[in-house]
Structure formats: C-alpha cells, structure tokens
Design a protein around this ligand. Structure first.
Ligand code: KDG
Ligand code: MG
Length: 426
C-alpha cells in the first residue's frame, strides 16, 4: 500500500525534500521549523516551548525530520496521525509542540499552493477582526491602572490586570522596576524571568495576602474604567479549588470576562467545585497539549474559555478539533499569546481565530522590534483587533540570516515557595 507517501491520488503540494530547525534568541528563544517541498515552496511552524526549547529542537531534528523527507506535503491530516500514533508515546508538550510545528508548516505550504490565506482553507471569515487583550501590569494598583488607561487609549476592548501583592517582594506576571510604557509596550521577557540563566529564580508566595488584595484591584478598575471594558485576571495555577471559588465569588461584583488558570488543571474534576460556587467565568488551557487535557472541562461545561494554542496543542489541525468540541458545549476560545510564542504561532492563531464560530478572545503581547524583524509578518493591529495576513499561506516567515545573529541563550521560568519554604505552584 503506497498511501503513506502519497502515491495514491495526485500530489498537489509536492514532496517534502528538506526541513530544518532554526533556534534564535532576538530577546528570547524561539524554535522554528522550516519545511521545503520539491517545488521550492516553503512553510514555517513554531516549535517554541519556553524553558525547554532544545528538547523540541532535538525531537524534531533526530526523530521527525528524517521521516518527513519524501512525504506528500499535501497530506496534513495523515501526517498528523502518522506522527501522533507512530511515536507510540503519545501526548506531552515536547511531542505535541514538534507535531504542531510540522502541522503549521504544512498548512502554510497548502495556503501558498492554493494561493489563499490559511483562514480561507478553514472555512473563511466568521468575523471582521480578532479581539485581543493586552497585559496591564503594575507593581502597585496605581501603576496597573495607568497601564489599563494606556491600553484603553490604544483602542483595546479587553485588558488583563495583574499587580504586585503587598508584602510579597515579587509576583509572577508583574514587572517591578519597569515603567508603565515599558511594561505595556513590546515586552520581550518578564522582568522576573532571567534572560541568561538556566537556573530558575525563586519567589515567595502567600495565598492569604493575594486573596485579600485582588478584589481591591478590580474594584478600582471598574470605578475608573466603567462597565464596558473587558477585564481579565490570571491566577497562574496558584490556588486550590476552594480558594479559587472564594476568589471568583469576591470578583463577581466587578464582572470579569475571565479568571484564568485558577488551579493546576492536572485534576480536571477540581473545577467542579469552583463552578458550584461562583459565576465568574473560567479560562484555562495554556499548558494543555491535546483534547484529552480539556475533555472533562469542556464536556461538563466546567469552563467558559479554552486557552490552548497552535504551538503547544498539536498545530492548527488539533487546535481546530479542540475548538470544535468546545463549540458543542458553549465554550469559547481564548488562545494563549504571550511573547514566548513566536510570531509564527500568532500568525497561525489569527487564521484559526477569524474562522471558527466560537472565538472568544486572543491574548496579544507585542514582540520586540528585533523579534518582528526576524519574523517578518503581515498581520496587523488596529483599534483593539488583530487582522490576519491576506497573503497566501500564514503570511509570516523567518529571516534566517538575521536569526543567526541571535544565538540561543539558556533561560528559565521562575519557581515559587511558600513563606515556610515549601515548593508551591506558581
Ligand atoms: O511560558 C509561560 C508563559 O507564556 C505564561 O506564563 C504566560 O500565563 C501566561 C499568559 O497567560 O500569557
Ligand atoms: Mg496565563
């Protein structure tokens, strides 16, 4: 049976003749897969897994690229299944980021061969623009409010608000010694995330102090910005279900659009308890790799937004499958879009966002000028919306010559300990 390499049926994409992994650090590390067909068509896919970049690069180079050569580039679904089932060892962030990179690059190639932007291949537009949310961070409530004002002026309809917690020296998600302008514009790396260290920094966490503080942040935000701006908050997996239920209840008067990652999601059933106690909507999924990570949450309607991404959840093909399941259960998308996801991922996400029926929000942290130069792209921001490129394919590329000027730098996410020294979730 010759189906594996595409002899059955005419190849409209051409065979894959080459593929390579490009690791670059224009401010932070990015891993990109480039696939080349016999017709000279190229496609790119993001394979960046923050803090574990080289594991995915090796997985691709050692185990995936050798089996790609000679395959029909048009067979996106079949290649996905081949890599997912063929490895025997299914799922996991390294495997799924590698599969995602291949899948994304093949969609890019298919769009270029068809002469259409990828969203047209996904069914065309369901909306005029992709509503994005920005990050308003401040070590104090005053600084956080200044950051919210900055986004509102730029036209953002939705803003995520994070502040320092009184009594804690640092808080993940909040820059300490940066100005409002620096923290809202083109942040390449959170200030507490060392740029040049393989050893994580350690921070101290207190749930008590946090739960006492957060409602005052949103009381102030609603008082200053009125009822219409969408306000969001990221808990970064730090609470237990009953603590998250308390937080959700205390935030109800301020009508948040979502409370993100309230608890570690390893135990999906934990969300039932939160749900029983609060009407604050729940978003989760940035660390999810497959539909199985979200299945209980979606089918039992324990969440409102699923935040899986192209790069960490198996590419456009699998993300679409997750979002389709979510659509059946009144769950909307809210894809992760921090700066550790490359412009290749963002470009791909926008094609999905504009096409699916159950889009909710897209996270958008601007990349640095250096990153934008390494990844030339056609997507653009206007008045609170991102618009995907109209070029054939994804409308993003990598400048390999420029990328080579920014070699990989070891970097790590921080860890948290409780005041007595116990390791804690973020
Ligand atoms: O690499 C991890 C970051 O992307 C993540 O911590 C940022 O929570 C985050 C978010 O919602 O953007
Ligand atoms: Mg998050």
């Amino acid at each position: 049976m010759a189906g594996t390499t595409g002899e059955v049926g005419r190849s409209v994409g051409g065979r894959i003749v080459d593929a390579r992994v490009i690791v670059t650090c224009p401010g932070r590390n990015f891993v990109t897969l480039k696939i080349i067909t016999e017709d000279g068509v190229t496609g790119v896919g993001d394979a960046t897994l923050n803090g574990r970049e080289l594991a995915v690069a090796a997985y691709l180079t050692e185990h995936v690229i050798p089996v790609l050569i000679g395959r029909d580039s048009a067979r996106i679904e079949d290649t996905w299944q081949y890599l997912y089932r063929g490895a025997y060892w299914r799922r996991g962030p390294v495997t799924m980021s590698a599969i995602a990179a291949v899948d994304t690059a093949l969609w890019d190639i298919k769009g270029k061969v068809a002469g259409l932007p990828v969203y047209q291949l996904l069914g065309g537009r369901s909306r005029e623009g992709v509503t994005v949310y920005g990050h308003a961070n401040g070590d104090t409530i005053d600084n956080a409010m200044a950051a919210v004002a900055h986004y509102v002026e730029l036209g953002y309809k939705a803003v995520r608000v994070q502040t320092g917690v009184p009594g804690l020296a640092t808080t993940y998600g909040v820059s300490k010694d940066t100005t409002v302008a620096e923290s809202t514009e083109r942040a390449f790396r959170y200030s507490y995330e060392p740029a040049d260290a393989a050893i994580p920094t350690e921070a101290v966490w207190s749930t008590q102090r946090y739960l006492e503080h957060v409602p005052s942040v949103f009381a102030r935000a609603r008082a200053e910005f009125g009822p219409h701006v969408k306000l969001l908050h990221d808990v970064h997996h730090r609470l237990t279900p009953i603590e998250a239920a308390r937080l959700g209840k205390s935030l109800e008067p301020y009508g948040l659009t979502w409370m993100e990652d309230p608890v570690p999601a390893d135990l999906q059933e934990g969300f039932r308890l939160i749900r029983q106690h609060t009407t604050t909507p729940i978003a989760v999924g940035e660390v999810f790799n497959t539909i199985w990570d979200a299945r209980t949450l979606i089918t039992e309607q324990l969440i409102d937004y699923i935040r899986a991404t192209v790069v960490h959840a198996g590419g456009i093909t699998h993300l679409r499958r997750i979002f389709d399941l979510a659509a059946l259960h009144h769950v909307r998308s809210g894809s992760h879009g921090a700066t550790d996801l490359s412009p290749v991922c963002l470009a791909a996400a926008l094609h999905v966002d504009i096409a699916i029926p159950n889009f909710g929000l897209q996270e958008y942290m601007r990349h640095t000028d250096e990153t934008d130069a390494v990844f030339p792209h056609g997507y653009r921001f206007a008045d609170g919306y991102l618009h995907p490129s109209e070029e054939p394919g994804l409308g993003v590329d990598i400048d390999e010559v420029l990328a080579a000027q920014y070699p990989y730098q070891p970097a790590s996410l921080p860890v948290n300990r409780l005041e007595d020294g116990t390791m804690h979730d973020w």
